[in-house]
Ligand binder design. Structure first.
Ligand SMILES: [Zn+2]
Length: 283
């Protein structure tokens, strides 16, 4: 049995997982007002909730850049003040005398899909998460592949449009500017379509929504072609709030130029299931 945690800047979810199945689940707000001590207190409460006889390991999916080899937070934004440099694995050992794995939540999301779908364990898979930003991850035969900086989050910052929108990364025309929830809402607003309404409007037959929908598909294809250059893949898994909001339009969205595109299945539990999967392989 493992306690698995998904630590985000707003909430910490935790669960008790046995043989890949979630037995119990809870969620608690992340206290970020006291710097690291508040975050650690929230983390401890979320683990304590399931600390019982038979727990053998703690598996953590976390926001920020996490070094899987050491279990340390390499970098976290100001959304998690003081978190950069925190040694998750050592803290778990000192607190619970249990082994621990820790992994970035975007990477854990792909591992969560791999945990649920056996086929992905013998394929090259790429995952794109369309949320407030665009996250990415890449795995070969079910094993995360790391580039030099051990970070595939940059898939969202691949350039897809010359002289496009400026991005907070300093470049222009990044995929994130067109395929993130914010990016899509900006483009929709230019066409007079309301916030988060594009897919519903497209389903109703709104021509302007259809136009943007088709444009988004070309942006996805451009992004996938960029990814292919460095990370050849068989299957692309799409997840995140934007994809959840596509409803029945997903099928048409995913029918893209011969790419094999699938919808993520793990939903909110992806991070925890992915961390558990990593624990299965590493612990
Ligand atoms: Zn960018």
């Amino acid at each position: 049995m493992k306690v698995c945690v998904d630590l985000g800047a707003t909430n910490i979810k935790s669960s008790l997982i046995k043989d890949g199945k979630i037995l119990r689940l809870t969620s608690t707000p992340t206290v970020t007002t006291n710097g690291l001590s508040g975050i650690v207190e929230s983390l401890k409460a979320s683990i304590d909730a399931f600390m019982q006889e038979g727990v053998r390991a703690v598996c953590i999916s976390s926001a920020g850049k996490i070094d899987v080899a050491t279990g340390k937070v390499v970098f976290a934004t100001e959304n998690l003040p003081g978190y950069t440099g925190f040694d998750i694995r050592t803290w778990v050992w000192e607190t619970y005398r249990l082994p621990c794995v820790a992994v970035n939540d975007g990477l854990a999301a792909l591992l969560g899909e791999i945990a649920l779908t056996e086929e992905y364990r013998t394929k090259k898979t790429v995952m794109l998460t369309f949320g407030s930003g665009v996250g990415g991850a890449y795995a070969v035969n079910g094993v995360l592949k790391a580039d030099e900086s051990n970070d595939f989050a940059h898939f969202g910052h691949l350039p897809i449009l010359e002289n496009g929108e400026p991005c907070n990364c300093g470049k222009r025309g990044c995929a994130e500017q067109y395929l993130s929830g914010r990016g899509i809402n900006r483009q929709a607003a230019e066409l007079g379509i309301g916030k988060d309404r594009i897919f519903a409007e497209k389903a109703k037959g709104n021509e302007r929504a259809q136009e943007l929908f088709d444009k988004l598909k070309t942006y996805l294809i451009k992004t996938l072609k960029e990814i292919e250059k460095t990370s050849p893949f068989d299957i692309c898994i799409l997840g995140g709030g934007v994809v959840d909001g596509m409803g029945d339009t997903f099928e048409e969205f995913a029918n893209c130029d011969g790419f094999d595109i699938r919808k993520a299945k793990a939903g909110n539990a992806a991070g925890m299931l992915g961390a558990e999967y990593l624990g299965r392989n590493l612990l």
